[in-house]
Ligand binder design. Structure first.
Ligand SMILES: [Zn+2]
Length: 437
């Protein structure tokens, strides 16, 4: 009995659609352009303003006559085409929730701004009337809050679309506004370990929303954490510059060029790597990255000469191969940056003995991952698996030693795992870039 009723209902609905379509129906297409306004990435990246970057984002339509609501997902061109039977008037909103390659991205209000943390929405049209052939294109952006939102969404969607790391079913939750990052106002990824009130979220204050490399850096933390089962990484970013007495100025904590425990340098290095992997993808070989500050590579205490916020992570710091494509790093006589950390001054940052172990720079780890990918053909999903197998959540984060319980040894050991089997390639990249200490 139930089956017969269902079949009758389906036939009746089909007749109704066919009959009315001739009268007033038709189709319409809605497209969304993100007006992007990044301040970084003037060279070396492919993320520029285009409707392409609104792909996967949600359109919510609410019919005025009865408040009927329906959500649609924008296609790879940032558009959606619908048919209709009877013309009606709708409200159209953009919901900052995207679905790309089986993963979701949500852009939520910061709990410090709105305790209920709703997903951001933007009104596109308060009275859109369905007319056959209608094809409005909605664009927003231009330096105000919507621009920040579109900046974040576009970078995250682009990151997933280009390098989802083989992960599926993941929801990447971004929070815009506020300052929820312990010890940093410039954005962070929170695991349950370091930010319990914002479990597993990418926090993007307004300052970070202008930096696509920065947004994707934080997303790189999120992705590596997803790969490691949400266990985080035991990164100690508080130890650097010990035993450097040769007149070099302290680089400060947690910088591209600062001497750090490898637990910090590796965790930051893989996040830096994701940002350049996404933005310098495939056709770009020079690994240009732009940060929100210029590293003081020669440790003089001031940013001088050719020190720039834009630099290459392809060039060896010995300045040999290939030629620097942009204002970059002063040439020093070794391949790895940490190995030259005192820059020829009398003090030696890498003395013999235990203090030389378990130290690195974020820059060296970034270059190691880049070389592993470009010179040894190891792709992002394998690097994420290696990261997981290396157990970054249980590293000896700040000891003076080596072995598989430390980042350098743990990563090498993981590369030799049966499922990866590229330990010799990894060891070569690590040795060249000095991340094997
Ligand atoms: Zn970071």
């Amino acid at each position: 009995m139930i089956r017969r009723i269902a079949r009758w209902a389906a036939v009746a609905a089909g007749l109704a659609v066919g009959g009315q379509a001739h009268a007033t129906g038709g189709s319409y297409t809605i497209c969304v352009n993100f007006g992007l306004s990044y301040t970084d990435g003037a060279t070396g990246d492919h993320l520029t303003g285009s409707s392409y970057h609104a792909r996967g984002t949600t359109i919510r339509m609410t019919r005025h006559s009865d408040n009927y609501t329906n959500d649609f997902t924008l296609d790879s061109n940032g558009c959606v085409t619908n048919t209709f039977v009877t013309s009606a008037t709708w409200t159209i909103e953009l919901v900052f929730k995207a679905t790309v390659l089986g993963n979701s991205i949500e852009l939520r209000k910061d709990p410090a701004v709105d305790a209920s943390e709703p997903i951001y929405k933007m009104l596109l049209d308060s009275s859109f009337t369905t007319v056959d052939g209608a094809a409005p294109i909605f664009t927003f952006g231009g330096g105000t809050t919507p621009a920040d939102l579109s900046n974040i969404m576009a970078a995250a969607v682009y990151g997933i679309a280009n390098r989802n790391g083989g992960l599926s079913g993941v929801t990447y939750s971004f929070r815009y506004g506020g300052t929820n990052c312990p010890g940093s106002a410039f954005g962070c990824y929170c695991t349950s370990v370091d930010c319990t009130s914002n479990y597993r979220t990418v926090n993007v204050p307004a300052a970070l929303a202008k930096y696509k490399y920065g947004i994707l850096h934080e997303m790189g933390h999120a992705m590596s954490d997803e790969a490691n089962g949400h266990l985080g990484s035991d990164a100690d970013c508080g130890g650097e510059d010990d035993a450097c007495t040769g007149g070099d100025v302290d680089q400060g904590l947690h910088r591209m060029s600062s001497k750090e425990y490898n637990s910090c340098a590796a965790s930051e290095g893989i996040a830096h790597f994701f940002s350049v992997l996404v933005l310098d993808d495939d056709t770009v070989t020079d690994c240009i990255i732009q940060k929100h500050y210029a590293p003081d590579w020669d440790s003089t205490g001031t940013v001088t000469g050719n020190e720039s916020d834009t630099f290459s992570c392809e060039i060896g710091v010995d300045g040999v191969t290939p030629p620097p494509p942009a204002p970059s790093i002063p040439a020093v006589p070794s391949h790895d940056f940490l190995g030259n950390y005192d820059h020829g001054n009398s003090g030696d940052c890498i003395p013999t003995g235990t203090i030389s172990e378990n130290r690195g720079t974020e820059y060296d780890w970034l270059r190691m991952f880049w070389d592993l990918h470009t010179d040894h053909a190891i792709d992002w999903p394998d690097i994420l698996l290696q990261w997981n197998l290396a157990d970054p959540d249980s590293w000896n984060s700040n000891g003076n030693g080596h072995g598989t319980s430390y980042p350098a040894g743990g990563m090498s050991d993981a590369a030799g795992n049966l499922y990866l089997n590229y330990q010799s390639d990894y060891d070569a990249a690590a040795a060249w870039n000095g991340t094997n200490r």
